[in-house]
Write a protein that binds this ligand. Structure first.
Ligand code: ZN
Length: 305
């Protein structure tokens, strides 16, 4: 079993309805995580109260899965209500424990441009390290929200912030790829090319999908091959570091200097951070050097630590 000098978890959700500050700290310590990046989630369940939006989603459900899933809407609302994590809360956790936690804010591009601008100001004032975007739960198409995405990227360029962008499918209706097309890394090329100074982390390397594991891995790696500002986290898809087929592909296409460890804790059910760390350390064919980069050194570099 390989051991590393230290570990940075680049993808943790301090969702107040799932876990409190004490439980989170305990899990981080128990798993011997040196630094955890805590992600806010600016999602809004009232989005689905709009009749036009909810009937459109229902219609898409029928097209995508041939199911009339009225229950889906309630399930989605519940996910949005549960997962909401404010920028202030994340900033507070980071402030209470600055050597352990780094806070990343979140901005919802499906809201108005003035809302987006206000949220960016908030991210700046709270001294958060970046902006998390999640086109599935936030219901936005990166190519249709150009004004807002442009603002977000400009802000991150001026303020030297990181963007963490969810890629791949997601639980619930988003397991159906038709609902997750906006999280295909290929839709990001316009921004990645234009803002070469903004580091963008493709969370889950485009790969998370229960039905089709590795669904947009190819698209993610191709983007990373073309642009050096593209990084990747392996949260929810740790098998990419264990299964030789994937390890060889990543080695060949982008190498290990921009791959980051992340656990997605506590969102992946039945698993805690140390389970994921052990799974990787026991099973990975990576050299000690490369594993060290993924678990620790790459994150330090990206975070400027
Ligand atoms: Zn996540």
């Amino acid at each position: 079993m390989a051991t590393t000098l230290g570990t940075v978890d680049f993808h943790v959700h301090p969702i107040p309805r799932l876990i409190n500050e004490k439980e989170l700290s305990r899990e981080i310590d128990r798993s011997k995580i040196d630094v955890a990046v805590l992600l806010a989630l600016d999602v809004d369940s009232s989005y689905l109260e709009d009749k036009h939006i909810s009937s459109r989603i229902l219609q898409e459900c029928i097209w995508a899965s041939n199911l009339n899933c009225l229950g889906c809407l309630e399930n989605v609302k519940e996910i949005l209500r549960t997962s909401y994590t404010s920028n202030e809360y994340v900033a507070k956790l980071a402030k209470n424990n600055p050597s352990k936690f780094i806070g990343v804010g979140s901005v919802n591009p499906s809201k108005s441009i003035s809302y987006v601008k206000d949220k960016l100001k908030e991210v700046k004032n709270l001294d958060l390290a970046g902006v998390k975007l999640i086109p599935t739960l936030q219901f936005f198409n990166p190519l249709k929200e150009k004004d807002k995405l442009q603002k977000i990227f400009e802000f991150c360029e001026d303020e030297e912030k990181i963007i963490i962008f969810h890629t791949g499918c997601d639980p619930s209706i988003w397991e159906e790829p038709a609902f997750s097309q906006n999280a295909n890394p290929a839709v990001l090329e316009h921004y990645v090319r234009k803002f070469k100074n903004v580091p963008i982390v493709l969370a889950h390397i485009g790969s998370y999908s229960r039905k089709y594991p590795g669904i947009w891995l190819e698209e993610a790696l191709q983007l990373g091959k073309k642009y050096n500002n593209v990084w990747f986290d392996i949260s929810a898809v740790p098998y990419l570091l264990v299964d030789r087929k994937y390890v060889e592909k990543i080695s060949r296409e982008v190498g290990w200097d921009r791959i980051l460890f992340g656990s997605d804790y506590p969102v992946v059910w039945g698993s805690n951070i140390s389970t994921v760390v052990d799974f990787i350390q026991v099973g990975t064919p990576l050299s000690e050097n490369d594993l060290e980069k993924v678990m620790y050194l790459n994150a330090l570099k990206l975070l400027g630590l």
